[in-house]
Ligand binder design. Structure first.
Ligand code: ZN
Length: 411
């Protein structure tokens, strides 16, 4: 879908196109200005972008005609008529976000502003075919129930595994045990809507890039690390995701920490995931083996979650705290690999365990400091993502709306 190369326009560093370059570039710059600084007047747009008044008039009129932007009289003026301000049209443009996880799947209907309209949670069916059917039924139902609010423009799927944008397939999702699965195709056929799909860490990074606060503090270069059923990472540089060949970059959970360590679901041994994923942390606490897929299934069925473990650790249960501290140490070692090889300006850590940040951070920092090559590397800012933010779902929503706001593709 070309989505793999989508770039966000940075309204703090841009070059307005000249007559010889695409008018579309200027149109997208204006659209993003309105999005990030709304409500804004045409006069302020001209001042802030340096574009001429006639250019502004023509492009803003085009954005209004295409129903991307609307203009409304707001605020008060000491004399004369009230100023007319521009807004992005979001309230009646809807998107469905789906977060597929090992255990449960969440489905969210929201508008383009990220406002939640409906949220459903159900047990993830075992096969991709069953999941596609279940999703199709639910998508149809939630669309019909809220048709009065607006039209749904697409479905964004977040998957704990690789997504190849050239083929639309999931080449491999180790935690789900899926290989070469066409979930996107199966769902698109049944719902007759555009369906977009991304791996979880990329979706979380997109949530930061696209769904962050509009005050201009959005960060355009960072590494996002997700800790959930598995561990993934996504590198964003100047608002663009680094994807690698076949979009396969980011399987951070499978960096080897111990060549002779316990077996991982990927088939190798001693991967970071074996020591620091949520199932690994829970297994450590409850004293279970986690060598086979069956072990994972049994652990999942015990219904003791990482959220329960975090709650126990925070209320003074020392074995729970020790289990989290051990995980933090491994995460810190993993982060040292990221920091030493990529030197990101900051790292964001997402996942339920970040609720225990006061337990995690010191241990993680110590492990990072022991292996970071410079003091500056050891002091790389690491921020937890608040768990109430539904980052994966917001990332799935971003998949649907980003194509509207992304920079045009220019050769
Ligand atoms: Zn592995």
């Amino acid at each position: 879908m070309g989505q793999g190369f989508m770039r966000k326009i940075n309204t703090r560093s841009f070059h307005p196109a000249t007559r010889t370059t695409s008018r579309e570039v200027n149109r997208q710059i204006l659209l993003n200005f309105v999005r990030e600084r709304q409500p804004i007047s045409r006069a302020d747009l001209a001042r802030q972008t340096g574009m001429g008044r006639s250019m502004i008039t023509s492009l803003v009129n085009e954005l209004i005609e295409n129903e991307l932007v609307y203009e409304r009289a707001t605020g008060y003026s000491s004399r004369g008529r009230r100023p007319r301000l521009l807004h992005i049209r979001v309230h009646d443009r809807l998107a469905i976000a789906v977060d597929v996880r090992l255990h449960q799947t969440h489905l969210l209907l929201s508008d383009f502003g990220g406002r939640e309209i409906a949220l459903e949670t159900f047990r993830t069916p075992a096969s991709p075919e069953e999941l596609a059917c279940e999703l199709a039924t639910r998508v149809q139902r939630v669309r019909e129930a809220h048709a009065a609010i607006g039209d749904c423009e697409g479905v964004g799927l977040v998957i704990p595994g690789m997504v190849d944008h050239a083929t639309g397939l999931i080449p491999y999702a180790p935690s789900l045990g899926w290989c070469d699965v066409d979930l996107r195709g199966m769902l698109a056929e049944q719902v007759a809507l555009p369906v977009y799909m991304e791996r979880d860490a990329v979706a979380c990074a997109l949530a930061h890039t696209w769904m962050g606060r509009a005050s201009g503090d959005a960060v355009d270069s960072f590494v996002y690390m997700t800790v959930s059923d598995g561990i993934g990472a996504s590198l964003v540089s100047n608002g663009m995701i680094f994807r690698g060949r076949g979009d396969a970059a980011g399987e951070f959970g499978h960096i080897p920490l111990n060549l002779d360590g316990p077996p991982c679901l990927c088939g190798a041994r001693g991967c970071l995931e074996v020591y620091a994923s949520n199932p690994a942390t829970i297994a450590r606490y409850v004293g279970r083996e986690l060598s086979t897929r069956e072990d994972h299934t049994r652990l999942r069925e015990s219904e003791f979650t990482i959220t329960d473990l975090v709650a126990r650790a925070r209320s003074g249960d020392s074995p729970a705290r020790a289990a989290l501290e051990a995980t933090s140490r491994f995460l810190g070692v993993g982060l040292a690999v990221v920091v030493n090889t990529l030197s990101p300006s900051r790292v964001i850590v997402g996942g339920e365990i970040t609720s225990a940040w006061e337990i995690l951070e010191p241990v993680m920092r110590k492990a990072l400091a022991e292996r970071a090559l410079t003091l500056a590397a050891a002091e790389t800012p690491i921020h937890p993502e608040p768990t109430d933010r539904q980052t994966r779902l917001r990332g799935a929503t971003a998949l649907v709306l980003a194509p509207v706001f992304a920079a045009p593709r220019i050769a």
